[in-house]
Ligand binder design. Structure first.
Ligand code: B12
Ligand code: SF4
Length: 655
C-alpha cells in the first residue's frame, strides 16, 4: 500500500466528500434504428472501481457517455471530470479522439486514459499523434485502471512507471511498461449489470437496449486477421454459472431485447448446454431477452447443434455461424486457420436445414493466398454444399493489433490497404459529423487490385441475387439440370447486365463504388432513402433496389439469350423464383400452379430426381404482411437476413 493511502481509507466519506474525484467514462456507439448497446466494457471498469472501498469513498462517477452526442455537448460534460477513461473501438475511434482532444483543450489538467482493442499495443509515435492521451491501457483494463485511480487519489502526480500494462510518454519518449498478466480470478470482477451501473441509463433513455455478456474470456486460436485471440488472450477463463444466471435475470427484469454473447467460441464447453437451458427457461418464463446472438465454436460439433436447436425452438436464434473465412487451403494455412472437411460441412448444413435451423457462413475477401479464381470457386463449393441462404462476405480489415498489421507479414504477402469511411451496417447516419474510417485490403500477391474490384462486385452480386433469393432457385435449377456452375451463372449475369436497364445502372454503380474505394477516394456506402434512414451494406441495398425497380422482369430474356431456355420454360422458372421470394407483395395462403415439381427438383434430399413434368399447386405458408417497402426492408432484409427468412416456406397444395 502506498504511504498515505491508509489515512485516506480511514477517513469517513463525508470528510472525503469535498475532495471527491470525478470520473467520467465514455464508450460511444451508434444507434441502430431504436436499438443501442449498453456500454459494457466501461461498465465493467466502473463496477470494479466501485467495489473498491477506497476508491468508492473518494470518487464519484459521472453518467457514462455512450451515444454519439454532439462533441461540444459531450466535451463540456466530460471536462468537469478529473479523469476521463475512453473505450476505443474501430467504430468510435475518430469520435473518441475528437472528444479527448476537445476535453483536453477545455481542461488541460484532466487525465485522459484510452483503452480498448483499437489502442495500438506498440506504437512509438502514439503520443505524438494523439498528445491528448496521458496514458493508454493495453489489454484487460479492470486491474490496471483500478491501480491508476488508486494511485491518482493518493498523488495526482504519481509516476506512471509503477503500473504494468500501460504505455505513456515521458520527456517526449514513448514508454511501454511491462505487460500485465491476464486476470486469474475473473469472477472477482463484479458484473456491471448486477451492480446496477446501468440503472440510470435504462431509466432515462427511451431506447431498446442490447446487452453484451461474456460467459468466458479469451480465444485459444490465433487467426492472423483477428486481434482478439492472436494478440493477448490465448487462455480461456470462464465466468461462474451463478453470475451468468443472475445476469439473465437482470436482462429479464429490464426487458432486454437482444443478448449479444461476446465469447469467441460459444458452445466450446460442455457447460454451455446448461447455460443455454437456463437462458431459454428465462425467456420462456419472462419473455426476455428475446434474441440471442453469438459466435459459435469453430469446427462446429454435436453440442453446438444441440444448443442451436434449443435456441431455435425458443425463437431466440439469430442464426448459427458455421465459420469458414476461406475455402482455399493455402489461405487457411497463411491465416492460421483450420476448417472442417467440406463433406462434414455439407452434412452439417443438411442436418441444420432439415431441422429448420438457419445457419450462415462468413467469408473474407482479401486474405493472403486467395486469388479471384479461388475466391469465386470457394463460393461455388459453398453453394454446392447447400449453403444457399446464409453467406456474408466481408472485406479483410487491417486491425491495429492483428498479425495482419505486422510490417513483415504485410510485406511477405504483398498486402496493400486503403483507408475508407467505415460501413456502419444498419447504423443511423452520424449526427455528429465525424466520419469513422477503417483500413481494408485491396491487394495481395495473388489478388491484383483489378481482381479485387471484380471479386468484390461478384461478392455483392451473389449475396444479393443468390443468397437473398432474387435468382437462387433459377441458379440451382440450371446447376442441377443444365450443368451450369454458379460461377458461370453469376458471371454471365454481370456481363449481360448491359441488356437490362435496372441491372446496368446498378452494376455500373458497383463498379464505380469498388474502383473509387480501391483508389482510396470512395466509400462502401450506397444511399437510397426509400428503405429507411439507415446505412445498408452494399449487397442489401443492391437487393432492395433490384427488387423494388423490377429487375425480375428482365430475367426471362436473360435466360433465353444466355442459356438457351425456351420462352415458356424460362417464364415458368422465373414465376417460381418470384413466388419463392418472401417480399412485401407475397401473401400467406397464395397459391400458384406449376408444371414441374420445383420443390422436389431443387431439394438436396432428392439427388436422384430427374427433370420430369408434374402438375402441382404450391401454397405459400410464410407471413408477409408489411405496410410498405421500408417495413419489409427492416423486418426481412435487416433483421431476417441471418435467419434465412428471404425464402418463402412453400408446400404442395395439390398434385
Ligand atoms: C459485441 C461486439 C460487437 C457488437 C457491438 C458491441 C458494442 N457494445 O458496441 C457489434 C455486433 C455491433 C459489433 C460489430 C462489429 N465488430 Co465487434 N465485437 C464485439 C465483441 C464480440 C465483444 C465486445 C465486448 O464487449 N467485449 C468484452 C469486453 C470486456 O472486452 P473489451 O471490449 O476488449 O474491453 C476490455 C479491454 O479492452 C479494456 N478496455 C476497454 N475499454 C477501455 C477503456 C479504458 C479507459 C480502459 C482503461 C480499458 C478499456 O478493458 C476491458 C475489460 O477488460 C468483440 C470481441 C470481444 N470479445 O471483445 C468484437 C470486436 C470488438 N468487434 C470487432 C469488429 C472488427 C467489429 C466489426 C467491424 C465487424 C464487421 N466485420 O463489421 C463490426 C463493426 C461495428 C459497426 N459497424 O458499427 C473487433 C474490434 C477491433 C477494433 N480494433 O476495434 C473485435 C475486437 C473482434 C475482432 N477481433 O475481430 N461488435
Ligand atoms: S477469428 Fe475467432 S477464432 Fe480466430 S482468433 Fe479471432 S476470435 Fe479466435
Amino acid at each position: 500500500m502506498a504511504s498515505f493511502e491508509w489515512i485516506l481509507f480511514l477517513l469517513p466519506p463525508f470528510i472525503v466528500q469535498s475532495t471527491m474525484l470525478k470520473i467520467q467514462l465514455a464508450q460511444v456507439n451508434f444507434i441502430y434504428g431504436n436499438n443501442a448497446y449498453l456500454p459494457y466494457s466501461v461498465g465493467l471498469l466502473q463496477a470494479n472501481l466501485q467495489s473498491d472501498l477506497f476508491i468508492a469513498n473518494n470518487c464519484e462517477f459521472m453518467p457514462i457517455i455512450f451515444l454519439r452526442e454532439e462533441i461540444e455537448v459531450a466535451a463540456s460534460k466530460a471536462a468537469c471530470a478529473d479523469i476521463l477513461g475512453i473505450s476505443c473501438y474501430i467504430w468510435n475511434w475518430e469520435y473518441s479522439k475528437t472528444l479527448a482532444r476537445r476535453v483536453k483543450e477545455l481542461n488541460p489538467k484532466i487525465k485522459i486514459i484510452g483503452g480498448g482493442p483499437q489502442i495500438p499495443h506498440k506504437d512509438e509515435e502514439l503520443f505524438k499523434k494523439y498528445p491528448f492521451f496521458d496514458l493508454v491501457v493495453i489489454g484487460e483494463g479492470e486491474l490496471t485502471f483500478n491501480e491508476f485511480v488508486r494511485n491518482f487519489i493518493i498523488d495526482p502526480n504519481f509516476e506512471f512507471s509503477t503500473i504494468n500494462g500501460i504505455a505513456f510518454q515521458k520527456e517526449g519518449q514513448y514508454i511501454l511498461n511491462p505487460g500485465r498478466s491476464r486476470l486469474n480470478e475473473i469472477n472477482d470482477i463484479p458484473s456491471p449489470y448486477l451492480e446496477n451501473v446501468f440503472g440510470d441509463v435504462i431509466a432515462n433513455y427511451d431506447l431498446d437496449f442490447q446487452v453484451s455478456q461474456e460467459t468466458h474470456r479469451g480465444c485459444p486460436y490465433s487467426c492472423t486477421f483477428c486481434d482478439w485471440g492472436s494478440a493477448t488472450m490465448q487462455k480461456v477463463k470462464r465466468f461462474s454459472k451463478e453470475r451468468i444466471f443472475s445476469e439473465y435475470e437482470w436482462m429479464a427484469k429490464n426487458k432486454i431485447e437482444v443478448l449479444y454473447n461476446c465469447d469467441a467460441n460459444y458452445g466450446l464447453f460442455p457447460e454451455d448446454r446448461e447455460l443455454t437451458d437456463r437462458l431459454v427457461e428465462t425467456k420462456n418464463r419472462s419473455g426476455w431477452p428475446k434474441k440471442f446472438r453469438a459466435a459459435y465454436a469453430k469446427n462446429s460439433n454435436e453440442r453446438v447443434f444441440e444448443i442451436a436447436q434449443k435456441l431455435n425452438d425458443a425463437g431466440m436464434s439469430k442464426g448459427v455461424t458455421l465459420s469458414l473465412q476461406s475455402l482455399d487451403e493455402l489461405t487457411l494455412d497463411l491465416i492460421k486457420r483450420r476448417n472442417m472437411k467440406i463433406n462434414d460441412f455439407r452434412s452439417l448444413i443438411n442436418t441444420y436445414t432439415n431441422k429448420g435451423i438457419p445457419t450462415y457462413t462468413e467469408l473474407i475477401l482479401g486474405l493472403p493466398g486467395e486469388s479471384k479464381q479461388s475466391f469465386m470457386a470457394g463460393i461455388d463449393v459453398l453453394f454446392q454444399a447447400g449453403q444457399h441462404n446464409g453467406l456474408n462476405i466481408y472485406p479483410a480489415m487491417v486491425l491495429p493489433n492483428a498479425q495482419f498489421n505486422d510490417e513483415n507479414y504485410k510485406k511477405l504477402h504483398g498486402i496493400k490497404f486503403v483507408e475508407t469511411p467505415m460501413l456502419l451496417s444498419h447504423g443511423t447516419p452520424e449526427v455528429d459529423g465525424i466520419q469513422e474510417r477503417y483500413e481494408i485490403v485491396i491487394k495481395t500477391n495473388e489478388l491484383p487490385v483489378e481482381d479485387w474490384i471484380d471479386s468484390i462486385i461478384y461478392a455483392w452480386v451473389v449475396q444479393a441475387l443468390h443468397c437473398m433469393n432474387l435468382t437462387q432457385q433459377i441458379a440451382r435449377y440450371l446447376n442441377r439440370f443444365k450443368n451450369i456452375s454458379y460461377t458461370e451463372f453469376y458471371s454471365s449475369i454481370i456481363s449481360w447486365s448491359k441488356n437490362s436497364i435496372v441491372l446496368k445502372g446498378n452494376i455500373e454503380l458497383l463498379k464505380s463504388t469498388a474502383s473509387d474505394v480501391a483508389k482510396g477516394t470512395g466509400s462502401l456506402v450506397i444511399e437510397d432513402f426509400r428503405f429507411g434512414n439507415i446505412v445498408w451494406p452494399v449487397e442489401e441495398i443492391l437487393f432492395l433496389r433490384l427488387w423494388a425497380d423490377g429487375f425480375t422482369g428482365d430475367l426471362v430474356p436473360f435466360l433465353t439469350a444466355e442459356f438457351g431456355l425456351e420462352q415458356d420454360s424460362a417464364e415458368e422458372l422465373v414465376r417460381y423464383q418470384v413466388f419463392s421470394l418472401r417480399s412485401h407483395i407475397s401473401k400467406k395462403g397464395d397459391r400458384q400452379k406449376f408444371s414441374f415439381n420445383f420443390l422436389k427438383l431443387l431439394d438436396d434430399n432428392f439427388p436422384e430426381i430427374g427433370e420430369e413434368k408434374e402438375d402441382i399447386t404450391v401454397v405459400n405458408l410464410s407471413d408477409s404482411e408489411f405496410a410498405n417497402l421500408e417495413d419489409y426492408a427492416r423486418e426481412v432484409v435487416w433483421y431476417g437476413r441471418k435467419g434465412s427468412t428471404m425464402v418463402n416456406k412453400l408446400e404442395i397444395f395439390e398434385i
